[in-house]
Design a protein around this ligand. Structure first.
Ligand code: ADP
Ligand code: MG
Length: 432
């Protein structure tokens, strides 16, 4: 399919040709015609798939049509979670719209001195790209007239929710004309996104490309750990590897995240923690530093790490096991962004075999066991001998609290493996 076939204004086609774009990406093929028809969209598609043009091209096409009298204020409003993304989107709008007459872009983000921003807001412009905080600030000061907004775009809606912008978004949307087109983009879909969509979109067309495209490569590995000390040594060994660009290390508790982050910091790694007990500003700072490459290691809990999308993350390390197979999938999805390969390493203790088994069943694959030279485990993975015997379902309780005595009948199995080392078997006995 060609861009011409999408029915875009020739001025836009010319800019695309000059940008070196030969054909629309999948998400552009699906989203552009529907947006040109005026429909609301809920689009989920992975990072790097071309979402910016998917909402900017139809919006520019709209601007290239009927001009809009003397009224000031934006006709297209794009909300983004971060300043960096706002800059990227503004740049794209200028690039794709360079031959469209009335497509002036103004960006309203925090950290920029007011006078220059105020001057731009006082002039004529059609496209406003903004982060929620400063936008509300400028709205409260009466510097923006929303009465002619025709299109609202929520870019990276999942990240905006992760960053705690939900109330800000609601405040902004409440001030917009109800008669408008709303285009919502997200790299992931979950219940929160669905709820937001229900409140803000009208009869949206849902486009979900993520599930159709091949997932980026994530190599998964297991490392058997003898205990906490061994885990710590293996973690440091991994993090010192030259192949590690940036890593997210997952712990099961907030306190565990703080402790491990301070340990790693003391060992000389540029590290920060990320969890739900931290203030939003601290969380934003940690994520921002991660994105800028000023952190090598982020130690995070599950909830806090949802939706993190940083291309430099080469490794995800499960220091503690996740509470469910779904959480495992979310965790390892923090690496392998934008089509790059990623490595996901799970440290597992012998008694946690069942959780691993359950993850493997969920993924329908076996995660290969690796060892680190010089840090081989003293134990071996004990495959329960009574695996096929039906047993009542047990809830996962997390690494630290996993109930001991999971399989007393397999004692003999353990001794078969450990027969040659009675001392080791004795010292471990209490754990079974
Ligand atoms: P997303 O928002 O989905 O993460 P972007 O809109 O930022 O993706 O686009 C990712 C990259 O792909 C950008 O560098 C952009 O210029 C480029 N790109 C987008 N659409 C096309 C296209 N149709 N052909 C070639 N390159 C494209
Ligand atoms: Mg994007």
């Amino acid at each position: 399919m060609s861009f011409e076939a999408l029915g875009l204004n020739p001025f836009i086609l010319r800019a695309l040709a000059e940008s070196g774009y030969e054909a629309p990406t999948q998400v552009q093929q699906d989203a552009v015609p529907a947006a040109l028809d005026g429909r609301d969209l809920l689009v989920s598609s992975r990072t790097g798939s071309g979402k910016t043009a998917a909402f900017m091209l139809p919006s520019l096409h709209r601007l290239s049509g009927v001009a809009c009298g003397e009224v000031r204020g934006p006709r297209v409003l794009v909300l983004t979670p971060t300043r960096e993304l706002a800059a990227q989107v503004s740049g794209a709008a200028k690039k794709y719209g360079r031959y469209v007459r009335d497509s002036r872009v103004v960006s309203v983000v925090g950290g920029v001195p007011y006078p220059a921003q105020n001057r731009m807001l006082a002039g004529r412009y059609e496209i406003l790209v903004a982060t929620p905080g400063r936008l509300i600030d400028q709205l409260d000061r009466g510097r923006i007239d929303f009465s002619r907004v025709e299109v609202l775009v929520l870019d990276e809606a999942d990240r905006m929710l992760d960053m705690g912008f939900i109330e800000d978004i609601e405040t902004v949307v409440a001030k917009l004309p109800t008669e408008r087109q709303t285009l919502m983009f997200s790299a992931t879909l979950d219940v929160r996104i669905a709820r937001l969509a229900r409140n803000m979109l009208r009869d949206p067309l849902a486009i979900n490309i993520a599930s159709q495209e091949a997932k980026p490569d994530i190599e998964q590995r297991l490392l058997l750990a003898d205990g906490l000390g061994h885990k710590n040594r293996m973690l440091e060994h991994i993090l010192r590897g030259t192949d590690v660009q940036q890593a997210i290390v997952f712990t099961s508790t907030k306190r565990g995240a703080d402790l491990l982050a301070s340990d790693l910091e003391q060992s000389g790694f540029l590290t920060a923690a990320l969890h739900g007990d931290m203030r939003q500003s601290q969380r934003n700072r940690a994520l921002d530093q991660l994105r800028r490459g000023r952190l090598r290691v982020l130690v995070a809990t599950d909830v806090a790490a949802r939706g993190i999308d940083v291309q430099g993350i080469s490794h995800v390390i499960n220091f503690d096991l996740p509470k469910s197979a779904e959480d495992y999938v979310h965790r390892i999805g923090r690496t392998g962004r934008a089509g790059r390969a990623g490595i996901a390493i799970t440290l597992v203790e012998n008694r946690e075999y069942r959780q691993i088994k359950s993850i493997e069943r969920y993924l329908r694959l076996e995660i290969p066991m690796h060892t680190l030279p010089g840090l081989e485990p003293k134990s071996r993975l004990e495959r329960p001998v009574d695996e096929r015997r039906p047993r009542p379902p047990r809830k996962w309780t997390g690494t630290r609290t996993a109930a001991p005595g999971g399989r007393p009948p397999s004692r003999s199995g353990e001794e078969r493996h450990r027969g040659a080392r009675p001392a080791a078997a004795g010292s471990k006995a209490g754990r079974w």
